[in-house]
Ligand binder design. Sequence first.
Ligand SMILES: Nc1ncnc2c1ncn2[C@@H]1O[C@H](COP(=O)(O)OP(=O)(O)OP(=O)(O)O)[C@@H](O)[C@H]1O
Length: 685
Amino acid sequence: MKISPLLEGKGLISFEEITDYNLIDEKQLRLKKRKNSESVDPGVEAKKPKFLVKKNVDRKKTNKSKVKFSDEVTVGEFDKSDKQEIKIKKVKKLKNSKSKKAKKNKSHNSNSTSRLNMFKTDEDTENNFDQEDFETKMSAWFELALSKELLRGLYEKGFYQPMPIQKLVIPEAIKNRSNIIGTAQTGSGKTLAFGLPILTQLIDSANTNEFNKDTDSPAPQALILTPTRELAIQIKDHLQVCSKYKDIKIACVVGGISQLKQERLLLKNPEIIVATPGRLMQMIEEGHEYLNNIIRIKYLVIDEADRMIEKGHFSEVEKILGLVNKDDKVKTKRQNFLFSATLITKYDGDFDENKPKKEKTEAQIKREKRAKLNSLVEKIQMTKQPKFFDLTTQQVTAENLLESKIFCQLKEKDIYLYYFTCKYQGRTLVFANSIDCVRRLTNLFRLLKKTPLHLHANMDQKQRLKNLEKFNAQENSFLIASDVAARGLDIPGVKHVIHYQCPRSAEIYVHRSGRTARSTSEGLSVLLISPDEINLYRKIVKTFKKDKEIKDYPIDLDYYKSCESRVNLAKKIDELQHQLNREKNDSNWYTKNAKLMDIEIDDEILKETHVDDELVSKNRRKLSQYKQDLDRLLKQMIYPKFMSKKYLEPKNVEEILAINKSETTALNDFKNKINNKKKVKKEKI
Ligand SMILES: Nc1ncnc2c1ncn2[C@@H]1O[C@H](COP(=O)(O)OP(=O)(O)OP(=O)(O)O)[C@@H](O)[C@H]1O
């Protein structure tokens, strides 16, 4: 058996190791294969189970279950009664037994060859579909009981190995139809962990014509709820690509986009609806027939579940739950999935340094986790005990994420941000706490000719999507966003996440940072912390015990100084521009309204609102001068320390800039700093 690179070397467990398989089927397949020399007759194979089936064996009663529990992966059978411990399902540590591995690989191959014939389309036969390549690369998926059409889609996407959360959740969800609660780091593939089991089961029912069998009016089969529109669209696209070899219709019901268009798509009776709660509830209340039938859904997913059930945020979620839980029979049969990277990480303790510290005991933490899970189960009204998969580590943030910080004064933040975007190449995502701050930074960085993109909840939805698309498409794009972009968004190649302001909660820190270092890529997060944010910073550090992990980001002071003059000038321009606009708007407001109402303005008021023309033209001249100065500054190079001034001929500037940028990356600078510190420490010892 091949182990996912993410599992390798970490002593993590594999789901395959904890299941018992129906070996008779496997033997029969092998015998058949031998008889037919190369491949098994697809006709015969079709009558056999397509995948190895987990036997209904009570592990507790078998002697094979001498197992150890790995700290890093918790497979818990969650118990509703608060008094009982979370039952840990027995799991075996992965052993590197060669003979066992070889045996398994053999069985994979013999089994998969026969299945392969069914994956082929007519086009494949013409285009020489590489069966062997498919079989070798995809073998790790074969035991997860996925439908053949999905395997083909995954192969084309280059997803040759299931990620750990997928490896654990998928077979459990398909074979046992369990309710699932899953938590794993950001970028660890949770979407497909719930998406693939649902798609497989839908494909199976489509193949047996089971959709809407018992009723005349069609109904959605699955509902996926997400907190943001962008995330809903992303999930829809992701599932659609994976299921391209089977016509499973997926529709988005999200706000900010033409309702008419969505209604048209709903006329096609999509099996899966991915929705944000607000628009979904609105359309249901307006009496949309197909959506009203969500009371019959067979699969319910609540992504970013901790956010979705936050008090006061999503009253619509509760209304939707009220609807889907109306019919007891449907509710009992429904399969539920709850996922998030921060499902149980909330820190409710005290982070005030002046108060005595009370460390929680392991038992207390466990109790709290259980209580949180209990409340989730109750809210969703799961009738069957869920299986709980916790793949988060102590670090909580993604494994390949390097975390850093810069302590600075409030007014220095703009300079550090500019410093960063000038010094380093790579897609950069900046988070601010308020929409006003996003707007101000966008204006400022436009003046600095940094072509920033922006994203916040008060923007037109089309513009939001357009900006996200541009951020995706351009190589060194730079997006300034509010926390509407913090959760779930999967933008490839984001190299840096900068927290311009300290996030208000530790969970948001995890999600924001998780926009980089996704899947197997590396990424860097930089927290800019001003004195008034120290408490927020402490909260993050305490929640995740990260006091040693978040190191200072190294700053090149010469470079910083060059940035300072530009940013300060740009700020002056921004302020002056605002002042001029304000004055213009004020005087316009009075004269415009007076005209509209056909009244004469009192002389006194006119005097008060009168804009001093001379002052205005003086400010305009000043503004134009500042702009010219800034232009001149921006044309110069922010030269790195190691370069002498003789290189700074204007024609060489671009060239040098390119060389400079290709040599240094933010991650390398940070890693070098850490390594140098380690060296110094060693030398001292
Ligand atoms: N088996 C796989 N092999 C390779 N890449 C994968 C696999 N499964 C998912 N991915 C990719 O990994 C990335 C992260 O996946 P996904 O968006 O599902 O993460 P997530 O755990 O939901 O993250 P978040 O907590 O931020 O929402 C995506 O680009 C996805 O396409």
